[in-house]
Design a protein around this ligand. Structure first.
Ligand SMILES: [Zn+2]
Length: 357
C-alpha cells in the first residue's frame, strides 16, 4: 500500500486525500417532508491505506459509541493517516431522536435490515443507502453497541472467529472477552463480513449513558486496530493482559428468575463469580420470602439485569464459564491490582455509579 497514491473516498461526492469532511447525508424524509440526515465524518489520509468504517447508534438509544465516534473523528488528522476513516456517527437517526432502540415507525430493527433493498420498508431503504454509499467502499469495520435498556453488558466484542480476517480484527481491537459467532444474518456485521469487509461489534455498558471508562477503552481499541492495519504505522498494537474467547452455547448461560419480586444484586466488584456464590436475591414486598440465585459454575458475568424487579423467566444475568487457566490469570491480575480498572467498572455496571463520583 505504501507506494500507491491515495485516492478520493467516493460516495455521491468525493472526499480528496488530505481532506476531512463533515457531511449530513440525507437518508429519508419525515412525515413533514423534511430530510432525515445522518452525520458522517470522512477523514481521508494524505497517504494511501485501508478504509475503515465506524458505526454507532444503529440502535438509537445506544450512546457510548456515539461519543467514541465524536472523539475519533476529532482526534485524527489527514496528515496522521495512511488510509481513510469513515465515521457514521448516528446511523438510526429516527431512533436516536426518539431515544429508542428501533426505528419508531413500526418498530423496525435497523440492525436486522442489511444489506437492505432500494424499494422496501423504511428500515431496508435506509440500510440499503448506508450500505451502498458508505460501507461497501470500506475494507473493515467496527460497529458500536451497548446493552438494551434496563440491562448492562460487560465490555466485549462479537466476532466470527472462524473467519481469519475477522479474527485478526478482533485480536487487534483487544477486548478481554470476545463472543465468537457469526451473528444474525441481516445484521451489519454479518452482511459486511460475508461481503469481504471484516467487521466486529463492540458491546459496551448500557443504553442512554456515556460511560467514560468504557469510551476510553474503545478509543484505545480503535487506535490499536489502526496500528494493526498500518493506518497509523507509527503506533503499536495494544494486547490485553488476558483474553477469553467464548465459543458455543454450552459455555454461556442466561440465568433467569423463577419467582417474581425485587432484585438485589450482590455480585461484584469484579465480574468474576465462583460456583455457589450468590449473584442476587429476589424477595417479596413483605420480606417474608427470599430466593437466592447462585452461580451454577465459575465464570464471568457478561451481562446483568438493571431493572430491579423480575418475573419468572426474566433474565437476570448472562454468565460465561471460564476454564481454570483463565480463572487463575484473572485472579492473579486481581491480586496484582491489574484488574483495578475493571473493579471500578464493575461497580459502575451495577447501578448509577457514573454520576456519583
Ligand atoms: Zn445494539
Amino acid at each position: 500500500m505504501a507506494d500507491t497514491s491515495p485516492e478520493p473516498f467516493r460516495y455521491d461526492a468525493e472526499v480528496d486525500p488530505g481532506e476531512t469532511r463533515h457531511v449530513r447525508y440525507e437518508i429519508g424524509e419525515t412525515y413533514l417532508g423534511d430530510p432525515v440526515e445522518i452525520p458522517i465524518t470522512v477523514v481521508n489520509g494524505e497517504k494511501a491505506g485501508a478504509t475503515v468504517f465506524l458505526t454507532a447508534a444503529l440502535h438509537g438509544d445506544e450512546l457510548n459509541g456515539v461519543k467514541v465516534l465524536q472523539e475519533v473523528a476529532d482526534r485524527y488528522e489527514p496528515s496522521d493517516l495512511h488510509g481513510t476513516l469513515v465515521c457514521l456517527h448516528v446511523v438510526n437517526v429516527p431512533g436516536y431522536l426518539a431515544q429508542q432502540r428501533d426505528i419508531p415507525i413500526y418498530d423496525q430493527d435497523l440492525n436486522r435490515s442489511f444489506p437492505g433493498r432500494e424499494r422496501s420498508n423504511t428500515a431496508e431503504r435506509m440500510a440499503y443507502q448506508i450500505y451502498e454509499r458508505f460501507i461497501s467502499q470500506c475494507d473493515l469495520g467496527l460497529d458500536f453497541h451497548t446493552s438494551t435498556r434496563n440491562r448492562t453488558t460487560m465490555y466485549h466484542s462479537r466476532a466470527d472467529m472462524s473467519n481469519p480476517a475477522v479474527e485478526r480484527l478482533a485480536e487487534a481491537f483487544g477486548a478481554n472477552v470476545i463472543l465468537a459467532g457469526a451473528g444474525e444474518d441481516t445484521s451489519l456485521r454479518s452482511v459486511a463480513t460475508a461481503d469481504g469487509i471484516p467487521t466486529i461489534t463492540i458491546e459496551m455498558g448500557k443504553a442512554h449513558r456515556f460511560q467514560r471508562p468504557l469510551i476510553d477503552k474503545a478509543l484505545e481499541g480503535v487506535e490499536s486496530v489502526l496500528a494493526e492495519y498500518d493506518v497509523l504505522p507509527d503506533e503499536s498494537v495494544t494486547r490485553p493482559g488476558w483474553q477469553k474467547i467464548l465459543g458455543g452455547d454450552q459455555e454461556k448461560r442466561w440465568l433467569r428468575a423463577d419467582t417474581g419480586g425485587l432484585v438485589d444484586m450482590q455480585w461484584g466488584p469484579t465480574p468474576l463469580v465462583h460456583e455457589g456464590e450468590t449473584i442476587c436475591a429476589i424477595s417479596d414486598h413483605f420480606s417474608t420470602e427470599e430466593h437466592v440465585v447462585e452461580a451454577p459454575f465459575t465464570g464471568l458475568l457478561v451481562g446483568v439485569l438493571e431493572n430491579p424487579v423480575a418475573l419468572p423467566g426474566h433474565p437476570l444475568c448472562h454468565l460465561a464459564r471460564i476454564d481454570s487457566e483463565t480463572h487463575e490469570e484473572i485472579e492473579a491480575e486481581i491480586d496484582s491490582g491489574e484488574f483495578d480498572g475493571y473493579r471500578m467498572l464493575g461497580v459502575r455496571w451495577m447501578g448509577d455509579g457514573e454520576e456519583a463520583e
